[in-house]
Design a protein. Structure first.
Length: 323
């Protein structure tokens, strides 16, 4: 399968890495905005460099295009690609504006278009094992979930950049494990550098569980458990530590804790970038079978809607329905 990567930035290197090294794909092009950087990336992975998207499409005829551009610059390029009909995998966030998200999805639906988004956290080994425990009823009725995060800020043009571009993972992961969020109550602060980098949310789920999202980007990725997911049910509790590091599971009333961690030779399972490789495995299987993507771009629109509800709750001081 002929694949082109649009974007020559940091995470875009993982796109180039994956598709250049698979036996069932050929990385034919890297398209970027900076000629020298684009050429260097293409040379590193044996592809042809382009700075003109239309020229790349005419010359290379890719069978899949992946898009990995700066977070606030997704819309125009994604819309152009959607209108070509070429299958698409885009990086999160989908966009920052709900009307733009709706336009992209409507254009894709009108063309019966393969339109995927990379919520790669779903493919971490602890997350997949946690989902299996929940689906098997090992936790009983779910009653509480929390997503706690930290790290350094990624500063952007929007005062809500970190909420929209990074916590889309948090919203997606909570709904992936627990179910749809029905309402949000938000407290945000911009006390450090003028953007809302610290977030405290109270959440209601449709299944009557409750939850929280709590964290700050006035922090550090160096801290242990800088990302922590906890899900409690009537029969047990699970905790996911730093996405790929470990999963712990405890049964109610039992002081003995079960723990999964990657084994001595199992480097792949402890590699965060490898969650994207796993997603690509599932994505290519679906694309070749003529099926819908395993994580449709609609999930990106849903995470954006939850972020906008959070902003509305903070600005109005009210609980906001997201159903």
């Amino acid at each position: 399968m002929r694949v082109a990567v649009v974007g020559a930035g940091g995470w875009g290197e993982h796109h180039a890495r994956i598709f250049s090294r698979r036996e069932d794909t050929e990385l034919v092009a890297v398209c970027g905005r900076t000629p020298a950087r684009t050429q260097a990336r293409a040379e590193r992975y044996g592809a042809t460099p382009y700075t003109d998207l239309d020229e790349m499409l005419r010359s290379e005829h890719p069978e899949l295009v992946t898009v990995c551009l700066p977070n606030e610059d997704h819309y125009d390029v994604t819309l152009k690609l959607v209108r070509t009909g070429v299958p698409l995998l885009v990086e999160k966030p989908l966009v920052f504006d709900l009307a733009e998200a709706d336009t992209l999805l409507a254009e894709a639906e009108a063309r019966d278009h393969f339109f995927a988004i990379n919520f790669n956290h779903r493919y971490a080994e602890p997350v997949q094992r946690a989902k299996a425990l929940i689906d098997a009823g090992e936790l009983g009725d779910l009653i509480f979930a929390t997503w706690r995060f930290g790290g350094e800020a990624n500063r952007g043009r929007s005062p809500h950049a970190n909420l929209i571009e990074t916590q889309c993972h948090g919203f997606d992961m909570l709904e992936h494990l627990v179910g749809p969020i029905s309402a949000v109550s938000a407290h945000l602060t911009d006390k450090t550098y003028g953007a809302f980098s610290t977030i405290a949310l109270a959440l209601d789920f449709e299944n009557r569980a409750v939850g929280t999202m709590l964290g700050t980007y006035d922090s550090s990725y160096a801290y242990p458990d800088t990302q922590r997911i906890e899900v409690n049910g009537t029969k047990g509790r699970l905790v996911i530590h730093d996405t790929v590091r470990a999963l712990t599971f405890s049964k109610a009333g039992d002081p003995v804790e079960q723990r999964w961690h990657s084994t001595y030779f199992d480097d792949e399972a402890r590699n965060f970038a490898g969650t994207f490789d796993r997603h690509v495995d599932a994505l290519l299987t679906a694309l070749r079978a003529g099926e819908q993507p395993p994580v449709h771009a609609r999930a990106g629109r849903r995470a954006l809607a939850l972020a906008h509800a959070t902003i509305e709750s903070h600005e109005t001081g009210r609980r906001v329905s997201t159903a």
